[in-house]
Structure formats: C-alpha cells, structure tokens
Write a new protein. Structure first.
Length: 342
C-alpha cells in the first residue's frame, strides 16, 4: 500500500472543486482534494509520555509546496488524542496546531488546529482502513451540510524510536476543527451539555441517523456527545455533527469492537439507533437518500484505486445492502420504522 496515493488525482477527479479564477493565496486547506504531502519525525514513545488531552509538545512538520515541489518547515504543537485508538494502536491519533505566524500565507491559514488520522497498525490493510474511514466523511457531504471537512495526506514518517531510521509512507487525513465548523455556520458548539436526541432538528437528525445506519455505526451518542458534537445554529435549532467512523461495519478494521450499549455481536450488523419522527418525514428522507444514490456511488467509485480489491468489494457490498433496505417497503418498515427509538 506504500504507493497507494500515487496517481490519486485521477481517482479524485469527481470530487475536486473548480478553482479557476483564484490565486494560490486564496486556497484554504479544504478547497482542493489533492493529497497533501508532509514529513514528520518524532518519537512515538515520547509523544505518548509527554502529551495528553491538554498538554502539547513543540515540534515541526514539513509541507511540500505544491507549486515548487520544495519542502517548507512549519513550527507546530502536537499531542495525542482519543481513547480506544490511543490505547490500542501502534500509531496514536494526533491533534496538530500550526503556529499562527507559520500558518500565515499557507494553506493552514484559517485552519491551524486539526486532527490528523493515520493508520492504527503497521499491517498491510491499515492504509485501506484509513481510506474507508475518510470516504465515510465524503459520503456524508451530499447528505447534509453539517459535516467536518477533510483532506487526504501522504505522511512520510520517521519514528525516532526505530534504530533503522526508515521512512514509512502512511495514508492519513486532516479533519477540520469543530470551532471552524461552527464559524462556517455562524453557530457554536455546545460543550459538556447533555442533549436528548429528540431535541435535535428533525430533518438533520433523521439524515444523520440514516447515514449512521448506512455505514453501520452504533458507536455514537447524542446524550453524551460520544463521537458527535452538537452544533447550535440559533436559539431554537441544534443539529448533530458526526465524526470518528472507524468502528463501523463499512470500515470493519481488525480491532473493531461493539459498544456494550447495543444488542449486536459484530460491527457489521446494522442497528437503527435514531429516534422515531413523523413517518412522513422519515419517508421523505428515505427518498432523499434514494435520489442521492448515484452521487454516493460516484464518490465510492472515484476511490476504487485507493483500496485493496477485497476491501473495495466489501465496502461496496455493504453499501448496497443499505440501499436494498431503503428500496424494499417491508424491510424499511421492519428495520427502521418499527426499530426506531420511541
């Protein structure tokens, strides 16, 4: 998988924004979907030892200039983040902050605070799992505007703990900071507040719940804001912001585990966890998804070259099973209308 991202421009052609008429300075991190190339060199052991949810360590990364091909060094702060992956993965998930003066005039200007998703393990299929999770974010985009923006990254990584001084090529992606999402919508993120799922705006909630069923995700909670942020748009409207899609049926990584809060045995089993809304609304959102099916498949097909063939086949088959549910009145009623939370 080390050469996974070479030639990726063709694969992502359907997803590129039209940039004609803009100068390089006006591009932001997420306006282009060509993978960034970065270099990082640090000790994983020291990063785990010195940082936590509130403590960063000073470091740097190198960014390849897309116009000149030269490597530019940027001062950053970084720390570990997350729970499960932090404890169970060889590569810890990261949060990166680009120093303000360093970010000015670069694509990080305006997006200095980012999550960086990289593989969990060193296994051959780990890069493909990252691509599948990244693709989940991309499949969410035509469904709702309330999403985190993402950008693929090719990471040339040197682990200072490795005496061989080998450079590893990792597939990763940056995730937009939640405060930046809030700014885009003129809203705010509600931190530390328990929100009952029925208080979410109905249409946004149902779109979110269908999407979670589509990718086979049960590892989320509105009440405890687990793998979800709550975005307040105005005094009466709050909507869900979903993230962290690795522990899903459609990704199905080797380390996947089912939450003890749901009655299924494996992440590939689908379970609708949304609250019941008016049936007319749930039927209307059902039709929205069916109308979006061609665009969703186009996004999947654009990433075919980035996955191992068995992974792509399994991903596609799993997605097709979801649309089979929507297309069949009887199955839709039994697995969604009758299974929603009262």
């Amino acid at each position: 998988m080390k050469s996974l991202l070479y030639g990726i421009g063709t694969c992502l052609g359907l997803l590129l924004f039209q940039l004609n008429g803009y100068s390089q300075e006006e591009f932001d991190l997420f306006s282009d979907q060509e993978p960034l190339e970065i270099k990082m060199k640090f000790s994983i052991k020291e990063l785990r030892k010195q940082t936590n949810d509130s403590t960063y360590m000073d470091h740097y990364l190198q960014l390849k200039n897309e116009e000149t091909g030269e490597w530019e060094s940027l001062d950053i702060e970084m720390r570990v983040r997350g729970n499960f992956r932090l404890e169970n993965c060889f590569y810890p998930p990261l949060r990166v902050k680009v120093k303000k003066k360093q970010a000015k005039g670069t694509i990080f200007d305006g997006n200095r605070n980012l999550k960086l998703v990289i593989p969990c393990t060193r296994s051959n299929g780990a890069d493909s799992d990252v691509v599948k999770e990244y693709l989940c974010y991309k499949l969410f985009e035509p469904i709702t505007p309330y999403t985190f923006q993402t950008r693929l990254v090719k990471v040339y990584f040197e682990n200072e703990d490795d005496k061989k001084d080998e450079v590893e090529e990792l597939v990763g992606f940056f995730i937009e900071d939640d405060d930046n999402v809030a700014d885009r919508f003129g809203g705010e993120i509600l931190e530390g507040k328990k929100i009952v799922g029925t208080l979410l705006e109905d249409s946004a909630a149902v779109r979110h719940d269908y999407f979670q069923l589509m990718i086979g995700n049960t590892d989320w909670s509105t009440m405890f804001q687990h793998n979800m942020k709550i975005l307040k748009l105005d005094s009466k409207t709050v909507v869900p912001l979903a993230y962290d899609f690795d522990m899903t049926g459609i990704v199905n990584p080797p380390y996947s585990q089912v939450s003890n809060l749901v009655d299924i045995e494996h992440v590939t089993e689908r379970l609708y966890r949304g609250y019941c809304r008016e049936e007319s609304l749930m039927q209307a959102i059902r039709q929205e998804f069916l109308e979006l099916e061609p665009e969703i498949w186009a996004r999947v097909e654009a990433h075919e070259g980035m996955m191992d063939k068995p992974d792509y086949r399994n991903f596609s088959n799993y997605l097709q099973e979801f649309f089979n549910i929507l297309e069949d009145d009887r199955i839709f009623e039994s697995q969604i209308l009758m299974d929603c939370r009262k």
